[in-house]
Design a protein around this ligand. Structure first.
Ligand SMILES: Nc1nc2c(ncn2[C@@H]2O[C@H](COP(=O)(O)OP(=O)(O)OP(=O)(O)O)[C@@H](O)[C@H]2O)c(=O)[nH]1
Ligand SMILES: [Mg+2]
Length: 200
């Protein structure tokens, strides 16, 4: 497939408060969801090829819904992370509301959802909860296994087998192992985006 050249990136909209409006739908959007610290903002930067999203080694960095407009055509959406145990109850409740609002009010405009899961660990309860919730909503995510540069090739093989097995009970579109640091798997993410955009 012909790659998309990222000619322009603009932080088009930040949704911080419950009443903030979503931007005009344009040709659709691709959202990135996952536990806090799983690497959503890093992955966005890696696929865009520029440092636009804030990355932090401390969980809970992205607290708003950030819409990055690419080539004035479509959006990449950075969602706040869930499952950060040390956040206050109030904060966690707020993030949950923001994410829930996105799925209930805006997922109709989503062309694909990338659900990020850390390749190094077992599936967490909060990931399973998200996957179950997506099934209820009728959304089949692309699962992105992040930070594979931190695994040896034998560990990676073991984890891939584990995730294929544990995810087999869910409706998953594709599993993509990825590293934002080593820039691995990014082409597969682009292929999903290109395929969806070419459907119009
Ligand atoms: N080794 C390695 N580290 C990564 C990778 N992706 C992200 N990280 C690191 O993981 C930490 C969290 O990355 P972020 O991209 O901020 O994670 P996030 O999911 O956006 O986190 P929140 O905004 O808190 O939800 C940072 O220290 C990143 O440098 C990767 O592919 N490989
Ligand atoms: Mg982030």
């Amino acid at each position: 497939m012909k790659p998309i050249e990222v000619r322009s990136v603009e932080l088009a909209k930040v949704i911080a408060k419950p009443n903030d409006k979503f931007p005009e739908p344009l040709r659709g959007e691709f959202a990135f969801v996952g536990r806090s610290n799983v690497g959503k903002s890093s992955l966005l930067n890696a696929i865009i090829g520029k440092r636009v999203a804030f990355v932090s080694k401390n969980p809970g960095k992205t607290r708003t819904i950030n819409y990055y407009l690419i080539n004035s055509k479509f959006y990449l959406v950075d969602l706040p992370g869930y499952g950060y145990a040390r956040a206050s109850k109030k904060d966690r409740e707020e993030w949950r509301k923001v994410i829930e609002r996105y799925f209930s009010e805006r997922s109709w405009n989503m062309k694909a959802l990338f659900a990020l899961i850390d390749s190094r660990h077992e599936l967490m309860d909060s990931d399973a909860q998200l996957l179950e919730w997506l099934e209820v909503l009728g959304i089949s995510p692309v699962v992105v296994l992040t930070k594979i540069d931190k695994l040896s090739s034998s560990e990676l093989n073991k984890q891939l087998k584990y995730f294929e097995q544990v995810l087999s009970g869910y409706k998953i579109r594709q599993i993509i192992p990825c590293s934002s640091v080593k820039k691995e798997g990014l082409d597969k993410i682009w292929n999903v985006i290109i395929e969806e955009l070419s459907k119009e």
